[in-house]
Design a protein around this ligand. Structure first.
Ligand code: FAD
Length: 324
């Protein structure tokens, strides 16, 4: 008989794992704090489409994605550049984040996953050494396995007992603060590089990118230290001096967000518990790849669940996922 699997948060790895595990005949429910149709940011994301196949998903419709330009990396003084050359078969795709979510969610629903929206997860429910459920704003729910896909600040992971040995807090140097927005095209002048990634731009500890698109210029500013809109304006003006395509009118986006840039935790499982995606810091500093890595992890987790024939879901049986 199928086991009761709870997924906390509709993170990318969580949805993918939910779909794969539901296909095995388990009863899978996801609890997401946001409302239906409001997930994602107002911008595009890049990921390796091969990860979709690994997670058992189809390619999205052709009109929903395009192939990503090669990046060109610049040194702090912009005097040296390093051009990426990704072979055709390894090219990543670029998609609206909302379309990525729609594609993933539709797939999960087809696989039999249930989704409860508008339901904030507050903490894990722990009995002895085992995670047996989650506390939500709509009440407690219990399950045989709790998959934590609530992101970097997950209230499930951060409220686990310390004796589980799972890293809870994220230090300031383990996450990068990001401002991202799409601006109008300031000048039709050809850009020096279509996708320019700047390391420690202008001597500031962080990263920046300017991607010249047909209809807009995509600006990303990343810093370890906190910054505000005054700094965004100062820094964008500084970049405009050498990047005239970066216009002044913001068309879309304009949010401050965080991305984890640390290694995954040495332990991401416990009896009845497995973390996935940003909740287990599966991004790669510099290039991100959080979406593709979450999808690949979903496959490892689903295989681990399948191998656990009696549905024990202990730290011991989940160890295969940890090492995978
Ligand atoms: C600006 C920016 C650009 C990025 N670009 C890329 C890119 O181009 N390519 C790429 O691969 N990755 C990119 N990433 C990283 C990528 O978004 C993540 O690594 C990836 O989505 C995996 O994170 P996640 O889905 O596990 O977590 P999250 O994206 O944080 O999702 C967590 C989910 O859980 C929900 N949630 C959170 N707390 C609760 C709660 N208490 N109760 C219920 N639900 C909750 C959230 O609403 C959300 O739906 C980018 C990230 C940012 C911020």
């Amino acid at each position: 008989m199928g086991k009761k699997i709870i997924v906390a948060g509709l993170g990318h790895g969580g949805i993918a794992a939910a779909a794969l595990i539901a296909k095995q005949g388990h009863d899978v429910t996801v609890y997401e704090k946001k409302s239906e149709g409001t997930l994602g940011y107002d911008w595009t994301d890049i990921f390796a489409p091969q990860a979709l196949e690994i997670a058992g998903m189809d390619m999205p419709p052709e009109d929903k994605y395009e192939y990503k330009e090669d990046m060109t990396f610049f040194n702090p003084s912009f005097t040296k550049k390093l051009q990426q050359h990704v072979p055709q078969e390894k090219l990543e795709i670029k998609m609206e984040r909302r379309d990525i979510y729609e594609h993933f969610i539709n797939h999960a629903l087809e696989c039999g996953v249930k989704i409860v929206y508008d339901c904030e997860v507050q903490a894990p429910i722990v009995l002895g050494n085992r995670v047996v459920g989650i506390k939500t704003e709509k009440g407690d729910v219990y399950g045989d396995l709790i998959i934590d896909a609530c992101g970097m600040r997950s209230p499930v992971r951060t409220n686990l007992p310390s004796l589980f040995g799972i890293d809870k807090e994220v230090a300031d140097n383990e996450r990068i603060l990001i401002y991202r927005a799409f601006f109008n095209i300031g000048s039709e002048e050809e850009a020096e590089a279509k996708f320019k990634v700047m390391l420690f731009p202008g001597g500031v500890k962080g990263i920046g990118w300017i991607a010249s698109e047909e209809k807009y210029t995509d600006l990303l500013i990343g810093r370890f230290e906190k910054f505000d809109m005054n700094e965004v304006e100062r820094f964008s003006d500084f970049l405009r001096e050498t990047n005239p395509r970066l216009g002044k009118e913001k068309l879309r986006g304009g949010q401050f967000v965080e991305i984890p840039v640390r290694q995954p935790p040495a332990i991401m499982i416990a009896d009845g518990y497995a973390a996935i995606g940003d909740s287990a810091f599966m991004t790669v500093p510099l290039i991100g790849s959080g979406i593709a890595n979450s999808l690949k992890a979903a496959k490892v987790l689903s295989d681990t669940v399948a191998a656990d024939k009696d549905g024990v879901f202990s730290a011991e049986t989940l160890w295969k996922y940890q090492t995978g």
